[in-house]
Design a protein around this ligand. Structure first.
Ligand code: ZN
Length: 698
């Protein structure tokens, strides 16, 4: 079992594993062996008395850690798409060991010294710019991890990290507990007018699981939101809304939350103070400035101005949406003064009255094979490559593999598509790296390989006949999105693994290539080629397409302002707010000021939305929430280059612009800054106009 030949996790070398052969028993021996090998390699590299070079230091270190990383990547992948109890157990057993290894690398000061020595050596100037960037990124990460702090500050730094992790965990536990604790039981069906059947079924099931009669609603979004959206009963909406927006706050008990013990106010204050302290220790003026180190945005004021300009441009459209909504509610719903708990309901009614179309009917036009054919066609035409089926071993019969060939017929990448939901497969959609591009020591190229994973409904077989699976337009967008990440990974031409493809790309720019691809899903010339009704084979009718387009931007002014309130609040908390001299109530006061400046509707007195803002207090988005809008601006503006081409050529699927995009954005990967890549493609800095135009805000 331990021998290399019989363990498929050890025997695949630079190739790809036979997923079919891998079982839970292979994980522990393989990972233990590779961990040992990687640790030994670190020792050997450190023991080498000669001054470090790329060949003697970075290359062997990278090879050993890549081998571990790839085997572990296969185990993680299978854990996500083909989970079984023994597999999960074996994986869970090794996870702490693997995590500890990576953490120890990042904190190894001897390694840090070697990196610094290469940077200072005469060799550095002779390295490729991609290799230089690999070294610079590593140095940056060591510094951000506290490697350069004087010894007496190191324990405090570690303490800060630990306490932050603890507080973040508490924050999300409180949100979860406050969400779980609440339940609203309704026993009269007449109180539930307007709710769709499937929502009622789910509420009945919830009631049964809690041994209640009738229907039960919780504050989990899939239970909460349909009530806001569809329930005619205004007081029901109000009751649930108030419970929702006071979760994890000092108002908890008043609205039936049970206890104020889940109040997050003090935690937020302490977290902000610790982040500020961390930033100052590392020599930054505040946490926002620190967080920008690995990002595309360069200065705190650049992000601040970006958000302000965006808000100013969007505000009139938010006002227009609000006026439309309030007057509709007065005339058609008899609601004189629109309250926060009326908004989703009134919006849904207004949307129905303006753009009603059946999602179910629309779905019939998107059989998955036809969608994939259309998607591949676009990629081939844009980037001058060819996509062909390939027959690599996979982990399930539904999974297909493909190869990407360049114009001269050479294979430059492979990818897998795992399209359907099934038991043992994690939900959602993602692209992951199965192997990265790099130049091997013999001069040959290791080509990149990607996993594209979705969770579309599987095909249905009735009387032995399997119907071609159809997916929703949202699913089509998801497929394009993940494929956009995939192209970033696969069409790279960089030889240094640390910055090839998506590696080393600043994280506020990572979504550029994925969101870029989504735009094609809203083009008539693309959709009419990519659709065929599951029964009649007819393409999508133009009038249905027109309705889709109108519905796409429905109330986008209000939605955009809301996102800008979140982003601005996050930014100010991490750049201007002095948590050390503040009280918990000051955070609430700031949230109100931010809302009043940006939004067109006042923040309700009872709203404590900031107390459940997990993205910034428990997720990885502290001083990073702006990046959603930031990346949207980049992708929309990049796409606008194709719209401009279409004005003279008549088509957005243009190979000249496509090739330029491929060379300047995709091929270079993380080997230079995203700002440089964008400018090289577009010939100028990013502008927000295209995003505003696409969103009906201009
Ligand atoms: Zn994405």
């Amino acid at each position: 079992m331990n021998s290399k030949s019989s363990n498929p996790l050890l025997s695949f070398g630079q190739g790809l594993p036979n997923y079919r052969e891998i079982t839970s028993e292979h994980i522990e021996p393989a990972i233990n062996e590779l961990l040992k090998k990687a640790e030994l390699c670190v020792q050997t590299c450190l023991a080498n008395p000669h001054s470090p070079t790329w060949r003697d230091f970075i290359e062997p270190l990278e090879n050993a850690t890549e081998e571990l990383g790839r085997a572990w990547g296969v185990a993680s992948h299978l854990n996500s798409v083909a989970d079984t109890p023994p597999f999960r157990e074996a994986y869970g057993r090794m996870l702490p060991k693997v995590t500890a290894f990576w953490t120890s690398l990042g904190q190894n000061l001897e390694l840090f010294k070697k990196y610094k020595a290469i940077k200072a050596s005469s060799e550095f100037a002779q390295l490729t710019s991609a290799q230089q960037r690999v070294i610079e990124n590593s140095l940056r990460d060591f510094r951000l991890g506290g490697a350069e702090l004087p010894d007496e500050q190191k324990s405090r730094f570690a303490e800060i990290q630990e306490r932050q992790a603890e507080l973040s965990k508490l924050f999300s536990d409180h949100v979860l507990d406050a969400t779980d604790k609440y339940v609203l039981n309704v026993t009269e069906k007449s109180e539930l007018d307007g709710l769709p059947e499937d929502v009622l079924d789910a509420a009945r099931q919830t009631a049964q699981s809690k041994e209640m009669n009738g229907w039960a609603f919780t504050l989990h979004f899939p239970s909460y939101f349909p009530v806001m959206q569809f329930a005619k009963n205004r007081s029901l909406r109000e009751q649930l809304y108030k419970a929702y927006v006071t979760r994890a706050s000092e108002l908890g008990p008043e609205y039936g939350q049970g206890d104020a013990k889940w109040d997050n106010s003090q935690l937020m204050l302490e977290l902000l103070a610790l982040r500020d302290e961390e930033a100052r220790m590392l020599g930054y003026a505040n946490y926002a400035a620190l967080s920008l180190a690995p990002k595309m945005a360069k200065t705190v004021s650049e992000v601040k101005e970006f958000l302000e300009t965006f808000a100013q441009r969007a505000k009139p459209f938010g006002q227009k949406d609000w006026d439309e909504l309030t007057s509709f509610a007065q005339k058609n719903l008899g609601i004189e003064s629109l309250q926060p708990w009326d908004m989703a309901y009134a919006s849904e009614q207004l949307k129905q009255s303006l753009y009603a179309f059946s999602e179910h009917e629309l779905k019939q036009y998107f059989p998955l094979p036809k969608v994939l054919e259309g998607l591949f066609q676009i990629i081939q035409s844009l980037f001058g490559v060819k996509i062909e089926p390939s027959n690599m071993p996979t982990w399930h019969d539904d999974v297909k593999s493909y190869q990407v060939l360049n114009a001269s017929g050479q294979v430059m990448a492979h990818f897998y598509i795992d399209p359907y939901a099934r038991p043992g497969k994690r939900g959602g959609a993602w692209m992951d790296d199965a192997r990265g591009r790099k130049k091997l020591s013999d001069g040959s190229i290791q080509t990149p390989v990607a996993y594209l994973v979705c969770n579309f409904p599987p095909p249905v077989t009735i009387n032995g006949q399997t119907k071609p699976p159809t997916i929703t337009h949202d699913d089509v967008i998801t497929m394009f999105h993940e494929c956009g990440h995939g192209m970033h990974h696969m069409l790279t031409e960089i030889d240094a693994l640390g910055v090839s493809g998506i590696n080393g790309v600043e994280w506020d720019a990572v979504e550029l290539p994925s969101q870029f691809m989504e735009n094609f899903c809203w083009e008539w010339e693309v959709l009419k080629q990519m659709t065929a009704h599951s029964q009649t084979g007819e393409p999508l009718p133009k009038d249905l397409f027109d309705k889709m387009i109108r519905a796409k931007n429905f109330q986008n002014g209000l939605a955009t302002l809301r996102q800008l309130v979140f982003s601005t609040m996050d930014w100010r908390l991490h750049s201007e707010f002095s948590a050390n001299q503040a009280q918990a109530s000051d955070i609430l006061a700031l949230s109100r000021r931010v809302n009043d400046e940006i939004h067109v509707t006042p923040q309700p007195d009872i709203s404590r939305w900031i107390n459940t803002f997990s993205h910034i207090f428990a997720g990885g988005y502290a001083a990073g929430y702006y990046s959603y809008k930031w990346a949207e601006v980049l992708s929309a503006d990049a796409y606008a280059a194709f719209e401009e081409t279409a004005q003279s050529t008549g088509s957005v699927v243009n190979s000249v612009t496509g090739n330029k995009y491929r060379q300047e954005i995709l091929a270079v990967g993380g080997s230079r800054s995203a700002a440089e890549s964008f400018k090289a493609f577009r010939g100028r800095e990013p502008e927000i106009d295209a995003l505003l135009r696409h969103g009906g805000l201009s």
